[in-house]
Design a protein around this ligand. Structure first.
Ligand code: HEM
Length: 804
């Protein structure tokens, strides 16, 4: 590496002058030759960063600038430049960039409906006098009232008693399922009017904007459990529509374990910690879960999904969402079609690998919560397209499966997904408890234009949610909690109950009446009208014949996966069943898998040291349907369109590194929206080879490999010495093992050698995720690294069992 301090800056980095001025090293330091040949991509990125003071301010090349772990600390939630005080302004900017929508357009009455229910109740206590809950100013919040300084505390001390009493009652029951979650505000914007198929308000016209609140969750773990457990993720969206709240309470998998609500309590009991010792936490890898599902072959399709990488998403931002059930859409004329709802992430579908997910549970149990929060704070607003699969009842009758069976999906190749709008999450909650914890979703919350089908799982859900919320939220009035309150006006004759907030006036709380002006009146045709489906059947307990086929779609799903995804599924079954102590349970699961795919059953059985048992008997005599492969079911077909934005990159930094080279790489990554971090053995200032100083932002101990999507090992004569620290070697080996892009230039390559990382793939071919360059070639190599980063991972590195 050249460190020519007297040379003039090279022309291709001259644009970075304003950034370079923040360097605390010698003022005559010139950019090094190594990255001077950074190439057009890096040049363009550097030009961007040079003109962007906000980015420049994030550069860690000034020893006086304090840095803390976490991006949120750089962009304070309140009043940050990325979080305008008026979220409508944010929404406008974002929407204008993404479409022709006019989100700034307020209704004629000028009411900001996006935040109205929350604005009413926001409290900011800064610079205010401390009071009791009765508004009495508190003179001393440090000392209780005593008889003498060393005497007993008086019962009279109402200030102490009020404070402690409130504290004693601060916890409410957690959700019986989906207890662990994270929420965000945003808006949905329709691409076009869908009035031909539904009168639902969000689809009334192109560009129509509807505020939303979204809560993502895991299912099995308790409220304080880790985010990256292998689990289904909840994906619940509350649309605050002009005609009341519509809750689309979905998951990130399009099918479910069971067909009938009757079995839901059993399913939840089986997967939750076992009742005698309350273990394991947030894990399906235990006997009671697999015992139950092995006896419920209808769960087989869902199990293959749950063992897939979809159950360990990289981020909430990179997972799909599904309404799961078949719903009805109804237009103003009363005509109805069936519909399945899909959310497709603009950032693409990306997942963790299991070893990484397991390590993340310790390294950062809040990994997904933090990721969502930081992305929104940083202005990288997560987005999803809403897609509809619309089909008629006549079409449904032709399908080989029953659309009322939630263990089946409709292949996209059979009914295409039509993109109808986009959801953007652009504001974090102000208060976790008030918003994310108290939000109450319910499948029964539909609006005119959306209706139910007879799916027996959905029908049970219609009851369950409000029922549980009455106990979780302490009575029947939780619809008045601001996060749950409709933006549409609410008028009815319901009164009283625990925690009633509204003060209804007048003597009339019944209808019809003549004393209150007859109000509120019924809306008739304007109101919600259930679709008048004709039903004429015997009352029975049972299921239709098509519900009895449990394996064909599981086979379609498995065989539509790429080889690496198939291997991950087999490995996940092996892991979970290895944790199962009862051999008969393992055998039953594999007997069910034998009906899905022989390779899958054999692979899992091999992994458990078992023979493949005889396939379990089928519940239906009808021939098993044979579905064509459905390529849309692979995660790999949705790379997304946000490039490397929000990816986290560790730059291993020791003394004697190529300081100017690091600075250029850092600037280029920042400019592309990525999140580079200088990672070192410990915090403090490092002196680069050119004498400039670099502030290590996080230590290897506090910022282990799993927190990063990629690693860069810059040039430096002493970089190889970093390998003397076990943490560095572990860091690099985990990056390699988790198939992440690795970029080293110049002396940095010595560290890869010291960590014993293979230089080629197991089959001997070049590893596209491993970019090693001489100092002179580093610029071009950086582009290759960025390409690998956009491609996420190099799964071809994987061996089973791992050799690294
Ligand atoms: C009969 C079947 C089901 C029953 C009885 C049931 C019941 C429940 C209950 C009691 C809760 C806690 C609600 C609360 O305390 O606010 C819940 C949460 C949730 N359920 Fe279900 N569930 C069922 C099936 C499903 C299915 C099939 C899906 C996905 C399509 C789903 C998605 C969710 C989600 C996303 C949440 C969390 C909502 C939030 O973030 O607050 N559930 N479920």
């Amino acid at each position: 590496m050249s460190n020519n301090k007297t040379a003039a800056p090279r022309s291709n980095v001259a644009g970075a002058g304003s950034v370079l001025s923040t360097v605390s090293g010698p003022s005559d330091a010139a950019p090094p030759d190594s990255l001077g040949d950074a190439g057009p991509l890096a040049d363009e990125l550097l030009r961007k960063v040079a003109g962007n003071q906000a980015l420049a301010a994030q550069m860690p090349f000034n020893a006086d600038k304090p840095f803390e772990y976490g991006d949120a600390s750089r962009q304070p939630h309140e009043g940050s430049s990325n979080t305008p005080a008026d979220p409508i302004a944010t929404a406008s900017t974002s929407a204008e960039q993404n479409s022709s929508a006019k989100l700034g357009d307020m209704p004629a009455d000028g009411v900001n409906r996006t935040n109205a229910p929350l604005d009413r109740v926001r409290v900011d206590s800064a610079d205010q006098v401390l009071t009791t809950n009765q508004g009495v100013p508190v003179a001393d919040n440090q000392n209780s009232l005593k008889v003498g300084l060393r005497g007993p505390t008086t019962l009279e001390d109402f200030i102490l008693r009020e404070k402690i009493t409130h504290f004693d009652h601060e916890r409410i029951p957690e959700r019986v399922v989906h207890a662990r979650g994270s929420g965000a505000h945003g808006f949905f914007e329709a691409y076009e009017a869908l009035t031909d198929i539904t009168r639902a308000a969000p689809f009334a016209e192109a560009g129509k904007v509807t505020p939303v609140f979204v809560r993502f969750s895991t299912v099995a773990g308790e409220r304080g459990s880790a985010d990256t457990a292998r689990d289904v993720r909840g994906f619940a969206v509350k649309f605050y529509t002009d005609e009341g709240n519509w809750d689309l309470v979905g998951n990130n998998l399009p099918v479910f374990f069971i067909q009938d609500a009757m079995k839901f309590p059993d399913l939840a009991h089986a997967v939750k910690p076992e009742p005698h010792h309350a273990m394991p936490q947030a894990s399906s890898a235990h006997d009671t879960f697999w015992d139950f599902v092995s006896l419920m072959p209808e769960s087989t399709h869902m199990l293959v999904w749950q063992m897939s990488d979809r159950a360990i998403p990289r981020s909430y931002r990179t997972m799909q969402g599904f309404g799961v059930h078949t719903f009805r859409l109804v237009n103003a004329a009363g005509a109805s079609v069936f519909c399945k709802f899909h959310w497709n992430p603009v950032a693409g579908t990306h997942s963790l690998v299991w070893d990484e997910a397991a390590k993340l549970m310790g390294a950062d149990p809040d990994f997904h919560r933090r990721d969502l929060w930081e992305a929104i704070e940083a202005g990288a607003f997560p987005q999803w397209e809403l897609g509809l699969q619309v089909f008629s009842e006549e079409q449904a009758e032709q399908f080989e499966f029953d659309v009322l069976d939630a263990t089946k999906l409709i292949p996209e190749e059979l009914i295409p997904v039509r993109a109808v709008g986009r959801m953007t999450l652009n504001r974090n909650p102000d208060n976790f408890f008030a918003e994310t914890e108290q939000v109450a979703f319910c499948t029964a919350h539909v609006v005119p234009g959306i209706d139910f089908t007879n799916d027996p799982l959905l029908q049970g859900r219609l009851h369950s949610y409000v029922d549980t919320q009455i106990s979780r939220l302490g009575g029947p009035n939780f619809h008045e909690i601001p996060i749950n309150a409709a933006l549409a006006e609410v008028h009815n004759n319901q009164r009283d109950g625990m925690h009633r907030q509204a003060i209804h006036r007048g003597r009339v709380n019944y209808e019809p009446n003549s004393l209150g002006g007859g109000c509120p009146f019924q809306a008739g045709q304007m109101g919600f009208q259930s679709f008048p489906e004709r039903v004429s059947e015997d009352k029975v307990r049972g299921k239709p014949e098509k519900f009895a086929e449990h394996y064909a779609q599981a086979r379609m799903f498995f065989e539509s996966q790429s080889l690496v995804e198939q291997q991950h599924i087999a490995n996940a079954f092996r892991f979970e069943l290895t944790r199962v102590q009862t051999p008969a349970v393992r055998a039953r699961v594999i007997a069910n898998l034998a009906n899905v795919d022989a390779m899958l059953a054999t692979s899992v059985a091999d992994g458990l040291g078992m023979e493949v048992p005889y396939p379990s008997s089928l519940a239906s005599n009808a021939p098993m349907p044979s579905y064509p492969l459905s390529p849309a079911l692979s995660l790999l077909v949705r790379p997304g369109s946000t490039g490397i934005a929000t990816r986290r990159i560790a730059i291993l930094t020791g003394d004697g590194v190529d300081g100017a080279g690091i600075e250029k790489v850092y600037a280029a990554l920042l400019s592309a929206g990525a999140v580079p971090r200088l990672v070192g053995v410990q915090l403090g200032t490092r002196t680069a080879a050119d004498g400039s100083r670099l502030d290590v932002e996080i230590s290897l101990e506090a910022g282990p490999s799993v927190l990063y999507d990629a690693v860069i090992v810059p040039d430096g004569a002493e970089q190889g010495r970093l390998a003397m620290t076990g943490q560095t070697v572990e860091f690099l080996r985990d990056q390699y093992r988790h198939c992440k892009p690795i970029f080293a230039w110049g002396g940095g390559a010595a560290l890869l050698t010291a960590a014993n990382l293979p230089s080629s793939l197991p089959d001997g071919s070049d590893d596209p995720g491993m970019t090693v360059a001489t100092a002179a070639d580093a610029g071009g190599a950086f582009e290759a690294f960025v390409k690998a980063l956009a491609g996420h991972r190099t799964f071809l590195r994987e061996t089973d069992p791992p050799t690294v």
